[in-house]
Structure formats: structure tokens, C-alpha cells
Design a protein around this ligand. Sequence first.
Ligand SMILES: [Zn+2]
Length: 108
Amino acid sequence: MIVVVNKFLLAKGFKGISLWPFVIVKDESCKNDVILINHEKIHLQQQAELLVLVFYLWYGIEFLVRWFQLNNRKLAYCNISFEKEAYENELDIEYIKSRPRWNFMKYL
Ligand SMILES: [Zn+2]
């Protein structure tokens, strides 16, 4: 994992994004945000499992499906299986070590 600071690559309201193998954060203080970094590490693992490109395709398609279902962009984002897994486990710093492979499927 390589953490890079670049506020221009992040959409408004976001502090970090994972673009395998990089985690891009808004500012220097975000580098020390253990929960944010753990959240992004979960995404890096999801991306590696889906050979990166499939992750981005799946993420985009699932976002559109959820947006159609829920008629709300923010709710759609929160209900993407990858985000549900990351948000639900971001406080568990040891989660990555014991996480079963493909565990995001549990959140579909
Ligand atoms: Zn996320």
C-alpha cells in the first residue's frame, strides 16, 4: 500500500480513495487517520480479489443499481456491498488479517 496526498483527485466530501495499489488522501492529517486507512485497506483487498478492473466495473454497476432502487445517490453509495463491508469493519484494525476472501459477497 502506498499512501499519496492529493486533494484534487477526491470528490467533495471524501477524505480518501483506493486506486490499487495506492490510497489517495485529502491531506497529511489523513495519513494518520487509522480508521480511514483501515477502510481503504479493505477496499485494496477487495480490488486485489477482483483483479482491480472487475472491482471498478462491479462498483460502478452496483452503484447505478442501488441508485435506481433507492433514488438517492448518498444512500446508493452507502449500500454498495464493498462500502458496507468497509464501513462495518473499519473500526476493527485487525479485520484485514482474519477477513475471509470474497467477504464483500456477504453484504450484497
Ligand atoms: Zn469506501
